[in-house]
Design a protein around this ligand. Structure first.
Ligand code: PRP
Ligand code: URA
Length: 209
């Protein structure tokens, strides 16, 4: 089974509670998703390898730590994953961005893939796959398949709200993928929505219905 990390940081939990509320509008929703994504990125990158570098301060030469130059890619699942990209980019500005376009068929809840564009060297990059919602897990599962098919080896899935059903599905299909989430909610309802959840993340981010 893959690892699941649920972020219990008070700032993340506080901000998530704000955007769950139905009276929060698009502007505030978008801003807070961005902030949560930054906070999550800080934790998700905790294990990035470091190396020593010799530098000169105004006082003397010294050997200090720097990132080992490991390459990263941020890959949002469209549309809603886009809302998390800028928040992560603030901390990792040199990361490359891939895109996976996918929507859930409203009747069957099965994901439909419509677009994949990834950095050419995706096989050499650690991938942060981002999507605010992990519901049935179908979209994440298919997106991970798309990444692996193109050579991605180390993948971390970052979500805001997850259903237990989705976590289990991804763990079963992809035990090598680490999952990071701000909440594992109670259950999925008959329409495939996470309960209590926050509604349709794409619609709330982009002001569509
Ligand atoms: C939402 C969400 C995930 C997916 C999760 O996208 O952003 O991609 O549903 O559901 P699943 O785990 O059951 O697959 P949606 O299909 O609404 O598309 P959108 O982001 O374009 O609105
Ligand atoms: N997609 C969403 O945007 N919200 C849910 O609750 C489930 C899937």
């Amino acid at each position: 089974m893959s690892n699941v990390t649920v972020f219990d940081h008070p700032l993340i939990q506080h901000k998530l509670t704000i955007i769950r509320q139905k009276n929060v509008g698009t502007k505030e929703f978008r801003e807070i998703v961005d902030e949560i994504a930054s906070l999550m990125a800080y934790e998700v990158t905790r294990d990035l390898p470091m190396t020593d570098i010799t530098i000169e301060t105004p006082v003397q030469e010294t050997t200090q730590k720097t990132l080992a130059g490991k390459k990263l890619a941020i890959v949002p699942i469209l549309r809603a994953g886009l809302g998390m990209v800028d928040g992560i980019m603030k901390l990792i500005p040199a990361a490359r961005i891939g895109h996976i376009g996918m929507y859930r068929d409203e009747e069957t809840l099965e994901p439909v893939e419509y677009f994949v564009k990834l950095p050419e060297d995706i096989d050499q990059r650690e991938v942060l796959l981002v999507d605010p919602m992990l519901a049935t897990g179908g979209s994440a599962d298919m997106a991970i398949d798309a990444l692996k098919k193109r050579g991605a080896k180390k993948i971390k899935l970052i979500t805001l709200v997850s259903a237990p059903e989705g976590v289990e599905a991804v763990q079963k299909a992809h035990p090598d993928v680490e999952i990071f989430t701000a909440s594992i909610d109670d259950h999925l309802n008959a329409d495939g929505y996470i309960v209590p959840g926050l509604g349709d993340a794409g619609d709330r981010l982009f002001g569509t219905h």
